[in-house]
Structure formats: C-alpha cells, structure tokens
Design a protein around this ligand. Structure first.
Ligand code: PLP
Length: 458
C-alpha cells in the first residue's frame, strides 16, 4: 500500500463498522468509487457484482438517475426543514400518505394509521422501544416494560436496539444487553432441529419455549416482541413452516405488542411488498428503512396503529409535549427520494420482477447443493442463506478456526462477487432489479469461489 494512497488515508483516519479493526489497521480494505446497475467498481477499476445490495438495501442498484434528479430538485426547492414545534413540509406529508396507503395490513390486523420518519432502522426501532414504554405508562400498565427479541435477531446498534438484538458480539464489553431485554430461541431449523423433527414440530417447540419464557418472567411485565420476518444479520434465516402462525396467538394471549422489523424485508425483498404479507403477520408496530429510499438517502419509518397514537396523544396532552425528535428526521430530500422510490417500485413493477426472477435465483443456488462444502440453501424472494458444512447431510460444521465463511467471502470478492459471511453462513440479497443473466453470473462466480476455497482446504 502506497503511503499516500487513498487506502492508506482511509486506514489512517476512518473507523470502520462491524470490522476487525486490528486486521483493518494491518491490511486496509476496499474503496468503492462508482456503481452501475447491480455492479460497483473500486478505485482500481475492478468491478463487482454486488450480491448484498450494499447493506441488503440498494434495491434499485447503483445508478438510478431518477432518484438523483429528484434529490437535486428537492435540494433547490427546500433543502432542509424539520417537523418540530407544529411545523412541517410537504415531502413528509406526501411520503407519509403514500407509505400508509401501501402499509401492510393482513385480514384481521389493525390498520397502521400514523408514521414517524427517522434516518436509520436503528433510530426507528429505538423510538419504537421508547413508545412501547410510553404507551404502557399512558394506558396505566407501567409494569409492562420488558422487550423480547430473538437470539441472532438484528434490530440495530443503539443501546436499546443492540439490547433487543441477539448477537453476543454486539453485547460483549459494550455492557449490554440493558436489563429488561429477553431473548427467545433462534428459529434456525436446519441448525437446531432434532433428528427426525419436522419443521412444524420444530416451530411448535419454538412457540412452547416462547410461552415458557413469558410465563417465567411474569406476563404482566412483558411489553413487546420484536421479530424480522426473515432474520437478516443473524444469517438470512427464513422462518420454519407455521412458526409465526404459532407465535402470534401467544402474543395476543398475554397482551404483548408485536413489532415487525421490515427494515430488510420491506419493499419486495421476500417477493411480496412486505414480509408481513409473505408470512401473514399482524403487527402493532412496523419499522422499515433501507429499500424505503433504495438507500439513496438515509431514511426509515416507524408505522403505528391508532391505539398507540391515541395513547401518545393523551400523554402529550397531559405532559405538555410529545418530547421526542431528531434534527434530521423526515428530512425533505430523503422524503422526496423515498417517495420517488415508491413510485418507481409501482411504475416499474419491481415486486413482480422479484417474483419472476426469484425462482431463477433460488434454483440457481440450490443447484450448488452438489458441492462438497454446501450444507443447506434456504430463501424466499431475493433473500437467501447458504450454510457451509463439512458434512451437510450429517450437519457437521467446519472447524471454526478454518473460518470457511470468511474464506468464501474473500475468494468471491477476489473473483468480483460481493457476498456476506455470517460465520459459516453466506447471505445473498442482490438488488431487486437483478436480471436472470446476472443471477446466472452470480451463481457461476459463487461456485468458483467455493471451488477455490475447497481446493485449499480439502
Ligand atoms: N433492522 C434490521 C432487520 C436490520 O437488518 C438493520 C440493519 O441492518 C437494522 C434494523 C438497523 O438499521 P440501520 O443500520 O439503518 O440502523
């Protein structure tokens, strides 16, 4: 690395996220300088098929000029305003109206009638936790405060959202989780099912364990349950058959609010506009972000049912104000870009495209099951998790010291394919605009990556 190169300057000054900082300090990383469709390019001109859509988020790829133009127009018209102190602006009104009109609503579910915008999924989930506490104070149930997340669930990086998340490395030495956060089982069927246990029986065991967790911790203290329709950061884990069907009545039985975290799943990722539709979920609160603006602007949303908003209104009347807000929430440029993103999904038929290309994607990955390193492939829509195993049939993992997942990720990157390893699980969530030909290229490069690692470790 040249001393004054961009990579050297990056290494010298930038603290990277979710990165081994010591290794980064030694080796540096990759600087991405451009994008075109589903591809990105680094500063040396090397091109990569971005099979993670950035952070599971750049749904429209990396060169959607319609979004750039809307941002420019909004910057000239009104570059900034806020929604504090009874003021507001039109881009937030237009986006709120459009988003709520397409918000998830399964038969029997309460409609989502109000929305709060923030800059990140973490902020929306963090705000949801505050509101869940505020709501229970407002309705005279001040003991109902505990939040249940799931092991390997991911809901963000603030103090509270890292607490509800179930990733031990996000807790260790950060003095987390905070008290009052509990974690239910990770419903990862392939890894954790017992010999001969069907998916349905496994889901029943997960639901029984959740009920036991609630009873052991006094149902009168449990406020809410958080779940992603498909667990993303935990490893791209689709729920086993009947899982949510069995979980939801338990939440109802103990008067526990259900927050569905659609930050990855929302806007077509699972082949429906919402994960709630794919898995028939009836939440009280929904968060979304990432693909809300195709990641072209930092914006997220928290959608609420009317009963929660009514309680907020009563509290704010009693206390004099709803004392919460961020400077850049509902930023007009972000709102304008998000609105245009929703228009593009509609006019381009993005969800229909996902439905058409998803079988090519999932069958393509399943065609790799003949590879000696492959244990399992599961997915829905353009959301897949691949389990690497020393013996897939017997579910014998590779020795952790081999860091096989990391090796595959690195090998793929060298070949021009960006995937993400979560231990020895590989997540693949390409931009929603990916074509069948690009999927074929993705699968070919992935197989090559597996072959190259296998040649080293076999
Ligand atoms: N929820 C889920 C399901 C996520 O995957 C993420 C981020 O990956 C978040 C919340 C946090 O969003 P952000 O990184 O925008 O704060």
């Amino acid at each position: 690395m040249q001393p004054n190169s961009n990579r050297a300057r990056d290494k010298a000054y930038v603290v990277h996220q979710h990165t081994n900082l010591a290794i980064y300090d030694r080796d540096g990383g990759t600087l991405i300088t451009g994008g075109d469709g589903v591809y990105v390019t680094d500063e040396d001109g090397k091109r990569y098929l971005e099979a993670m859509a950035g952070m599971w988020s750049a749904s429209l790829g990396f060169s959607e000029h319609r979004l750039a133009e809307v941002a420019y127009r909004q910057m000239k018209a009104l570059p900034y305003y806020h929604t504090f102190y009874a003021r507001g602006h039109l881009p937030s009104v237009d986006l709120a109206e459009t988003l709520l009109a397409i918000a998830p609503r399964q038969p029997g579910a309460e409609p989502l009638t109000k929305v709060m915008f923030h800059c990140s999924g973490s902020e929306s989930n963090d705000t949801a936790i505050k509101l869940i506490w505020y709501y229970h104070n407002a309705i005279g149930k001040p003991n109902k405060k505990r939040i249940i997340g799931r092991h390997r669930g991911y809901h963000g990086c603030t103090i509270a959202t890292a607490s509800v998340s179930g990733n031990p490395t996000m807790h260790q030495d950060f003095d987390l989780p905070l008290p009052g956060f509990l974690h239910a089982d990770n419903p990862h069927y392939y890894r954790f099912h017992e010999e001969g246990e069907s998916e349905e029986a496994f889901s029943q065991r997960m639901a029984d364990n959740l009920e036991r967790l609630i009873l052991d911790n006094d149902p009168g203290t449990i406020a809410a349950f958080f779940a992603e329709p498909v667990q993303g950061g935990g490893g791209a884990i689709t729920p086993p058959a009947r899982y949510f069907e069995l979980i939801q009545p338990i939440l109802k039985k103990y008067d526990i609010l259900f927050l569905v975290d659609e930050v990855i799943c929302g806007f077509g990722r699972t082949g429906s506009l919402w994960g709630c539709q794919t898995y028939d979920l009836r939440p009280d609160l929904v968060t979304c972000g990432k693909a809300l603006s195709a990641s072209y602007q930092p914006i997220s949303a928290l959608m609420l049912t009317q009963k929660i908003f009514d309680a907020m209104m009563a509290e704010s009347e009693k206390l004099g104000s709803f004392a919460h807000g961020y400077t850049h929430s509902a930023h007009p440029v972000a709102c304008a870009v998000a609105l245009e993103t929703l228009n593009i999904y509609e006019s381009d038929g993005t969800v229909e495209h996902v439905r058409r290309v998803a079988p090519v994607f999932l069958d393509g990955l399943r065609s790799l099951l003949d590879h000696p390193m492959m244990g399992d492939v599961r997915g829905v829509g353009l959301f897949a998790g691949v389990e690497l195993m020393a013996d897939g049939g017997k579910r014998i993992p590779f020795p952790p010291a081999l860091k096989v997942g990391q090796q595959v990720q690195d090998e793929c990157q060298a070949l021009g394919l960006i995937v993400r390893c979560i231990g020895d699980r590989i997540a693949l969530t390409p931009p929603l605009i990916i074509t069948a030909d690009e999927v074929a290229e993705l699968v070919r490069l992935f197989r090559q990556g597996l072959d190259n690692v296998w040649a080293r470790i076999r």
